[in-house]
Design a protein. Structure first.
Length: 319
């Protein structure tokens, strides 16, 4: 599967041996932050007939060679790309799955997060009896809770990989990380090659239409507005690095918070706006539309404002 973008052009675009086991039967836990030259990069450190030991940010975890009941608290996108159906996926507090993957993930059990805390339901995970939990949590307490239920591996966030690579290689590296954990590394490179091919095709379609014009990506998140930067994993990286589109002057390397008055003076030729599901987002968007200066915004006057309703394919990072 590939990243999908709606730009008004209906474009489809398609990122040692184990000597002791501590309190959990699955993990050799790290005490405190890991000082490691790979900065969280995954590594198989041992293997035998029963499984493999994976070193990750929070320790070294023993997992099956081919896990069958995977609880994907993150990285569902990568699993689908690698043709692996998770047994369960995380959802919002209402039990609603990621919008653009909802049909593909229909067979997967929903693991809701607690409202306001963004912590998974440990009871729901335990009832699933998974043989692998995938997460990106950096919180040791949360990891300990998960590792007491089943083998748990912490995979780097795209932001962490971007800090090393700073370009689309970060997206590819994270897919390789997930494939390594699942024992299907051979599937990663064909998926990356397919994505690269689609990216070239999309650049060829979009490039001439937007030659020399600027585009910006803005998100209403609750009552706040955020302008995403060139290196942000949410939207910016795909627009400016992936599609090689031009950013307006206000867009920096990383995102910034905006007040509506500043947004109204924005001079981008094209403006993509998303309102997420957080309480207050729709109201923030409605207030912006009703602002007396909104109709004077350059992109509004030229009819180049694109409001995206299914927003998560812009916000979440996957290949």
């Amino acid at each position: 599967m590939v990243i999908r973008f709606l730009l008004g052009l209906q474009v489809l675009v398609t990122m040692v041996a184990i000597t002791a086991l501590f309190w959990s039967p699955f993990v050799h836990a790290a005490k405190g932050p890991i000082s490691h030259p790979t900065k969280g990069r995954l590594e198989v450190v041992a293997s035998d007939s029963e499984g493999r030991w994976i070193r990750h940010r929070s320790g070294v975890t023993r997992i099956p060679h081919k896990p069958q009941r995977i609880c994907a608290l993150n990285f569902a996108d990568e699993l689908i790309t690698l043709d692996v159906m998770p047994a369960a996926v995380s959802t919002d507090w209402r039990g609603v799955k990621t919008d653009y993957l909802r049909e593909r993930l229909a067979p997967a059990t929903a693991i809701p997060h607690s409202l306001g805390q963004w912590l998974p339901s440990y009871e729901a995970i335990a009832a699933l009896k998974p043989d692998l939990i995938l997460t990106w949590t950096g919180d040791q307490h949360t990891f300990d809770q998960l590792a007491s239920i089943a083998p748990t591996v912490v995979v780097r966030t795209l932001g962490e990989v971007l800090a090393e690579n700073g370009d689309l290689e970060a997206l590819y590296d994270r897919l390789r990380d997930v494939a390594l954990v699942l024992g299907v590394s051979e599937r990663a490179e064909p998926a990356i090659a397919e994505f690269r091919t689609e990216l070239v095709r999309t650049r060829e379609r979009v490039g001439p239409a937007l030659a020399g014009q600027t585009i910006a990506f803005v998100r209403a998140r609750g009552r706040q507005w955020r302008l995403y930067g060139k290196r942000d994993e949410c939207g910016g990286q795909a627009l400016y690095d992936g599609l090689d589109l031009k950013a307006p002057a206000l867009v920096a390397e990383h995102g910034i918070e905006l007040d509506p008055e500043r947004l109204i003076t924005f001079d981008a030729d094209h403006l993509v706006i998303v309102a997420d599901t957080l309480l207050g987002s729709d109201e923030a968007l409605a207030r912006l539309r009703a602002h007396p200066l909104w109709r004077r915004v350059h992109a509004v006057r030229t009819g180049n404002v694109f409001e995206v309703t299914h927003f998560q394919h812009w916000i979440l990072s996957g290949l």
